[in-house]
Design a protein around this ligand. Sequence first.
Ligand code: IPM
Ligand code: MG
Length: 367
Amino acid sequence: MTTPSLLILPGDGIGPEVMAEVRRVIDWFGDKRGLQFDVSEDLVGGAAYDVHGTPLHDDTMAKAQEVDAVLLGAVGGPKYDVLDFSVKPERGLLRLRKEMDLFANLRPAQCFDALADFSSLKKDVVAGLDIMIVRELTSGIYFGEPRGIFTEGNERVGINTQRYTESEIDRVARNAFELAMKRNKKLCSMEKANVMESGILWREVVTKVGEDYPEVELSHMYADAGAMQLCRWPKQFDVIVTDNLFGDLLSDAAAMLTGSLGMLPSASLGAPMANGRPKAMYEPVHGSAPDIAGQGKANPIACILSFAMALRYSFDLGDEAARLEAAINAVLEKGVRTADLLGEEGVTPVSTSGMGDAILAALDESL
Ligand code: IPM
Ligand code: MG
């Protein structure tokens, strides 16, 4: 078997700091578990713009298409606010998602026991929470045409188009049903079929795909009601499938249920490649947090958990993923906390690399 390849794109803000800790974890798996990865690194976002004048160089795009998995840190920052829309850091990320056709974005929202007090919701609402949002990632209003700012009469009009084909809905729905089969066999689909034709079609197609998964209990909810239910009693959900924009909003809300955005990973998956592995990119849900960049305050856990998702979904190493997740859990149980998680008594504050040290130590203990 050839050595699996990983392309690392640290990006902007806290991206490089948290990714440095991921690299230590990758090295640990190489040294201690004999899992070698062929790792290369490149630029994305503002970091790429600074060097190439574009948030994603064509050569980087080509590399991303070839590797077994891409790991991305975060993109964006105030320095780039003034740039033209077409070269903003986010365009690099969106190009990767679109050109790699990463249509299924898996965003788990899991509440670690040690952090249950951290949520803004009551402890019994979030303790033990473990849900998965499957967000459609390559279509809908993010990419629909027509789009732009046009002139109509004597004023301008901003236009974006929500657009979904049956096949686009079908493939992401299938992905969500497959996941539901591996979990609690419960799937809730969210749209706004009461207002949007794309929502009517979404509901129809998801229902049809459901006929192939009779064991899965399928329900439908309007996305606004879904947002409300997520805050009221999130444990009623297991897998949620929704479109690109609703998924963006709902996943941020779900993420915060767990107490910190600094904890949540994501996987963006496409169709299988020739070697059977899905095209894939893994990234933390949090952004580039420019306000704390370079100060050793960032929490590297979301990015490290994204690598755990890579082990599970790209490399079929579910046991090793579980080892890494358990190590993180153990560290949290010991009260080790980065700056985003301070506040409780008796905890040990650590820097970004201090958290990396603690996780590596816990990994050593797992042997
Ligand atoms: C996300 C982010 C992105 C999105 C931005 C950075 C383009 O909010 O991954 O959720 O809107 O998809
Ligand atoms: Mg978002």
